[in-house]
Design a protein around this ligand. Sequence first.
Ligand SMILES: C[S@@+](CC[C@H](N)C(=O)[O-])C[C@H]1O[C@@H](n2cnc3c(N)ncnc32)[C@H](O)[C@@H]1O
Length: 286
Amino acid sequence: MAVGWEWDDALFLGAAPYYRRGRIPYAPGLVDVLAEALELDGRGRLLDMGCGPGTLAVPLAHLFGEVVGVDPDEGMIAEAGRAAAEAGVTAKVRWVRARAEELPAGLGTFTVATFAQSFHWMDRDLVAAKVRDLLRPGGSLVHVSDLKPEPRAADTADTAETVHDLPHPAVPYEAVDELVRRYLGPVRRAGRGLLPQGTPGGEAEVYARAGFAGPRRLVVPGGQALVRTRDDVVAGVFSRSFSAPHLFGERRDAFEADLDRLLREASPSGRFSERRPGTEVFVWRK
Ligand SMILES: C[S@@+](CC[C@H](N)C(=O)[O-])C[C@H]1O[C@@H](n2cnc3c(N)ncnc32)[C@H](O)[C@@H]1O
């Protein structure tokens, strides 16, 4: 759990309807890479912890006999149900509204457990130990995240700048973050609290401490050019915990109007270009 912060159920309050539209999908080859690395054959059981709107559980469902997605956010669970219905996998997937720390009894055992950009919100030692108990011997724990860009060695302004060679302007992320800070204050918000030091890293030590072996690291390449509309970018902003809709209270409309203005100035056509990040996967074994 993050230092100086206590989890509460407003963490992603109101964010779910924006999530699927606003977030950039994982790298397109992710499902195939996982299928091969984990030798998925349509049998086995997947436990997807912090499943959000089914981002990973739904596209993986056809590779398992059964899938359980766990998330405490009511909106996320509702979106996940919709995504499963759209993909025709409802019969295979069960959604459980709970914190990973408080799983209901009787879920059974699993061959694979996934954490896709969710582990950092949890009581990590407790949850890693719990998942180890729920995995069958030889089962896999899979940690998935966007690949962070390599840190740049040079310190000059020129080299620190990313080359933008795409047809539409880049999303002005820094200006958007600055606008969020103007409304919500300089310290990152999370649920009803503040997250002064951000979310924790160093998950490898946590998994190793829980007795997992590995990891095997896999990188699924990104880089594909995407065109995003102004509404996609707005959805991305509201999909994030630190700018979730509830945080703006009565100033939400004012924020949205300012955000709209900022984005119109950055791209009068209303279109933005960016490249998909790669996806980084760590596979740990029980
Ligand atoms: C950044 S989203 C990731 C969603 C999805 N896994 C994905 O990759 O798109 C983080 C998710 O973790 C969930 N979450 C936060 N704290 C949690 C906890 N203690 N137990 C289970 N899920 C949690 C949130 O509700 C949210 O849906």
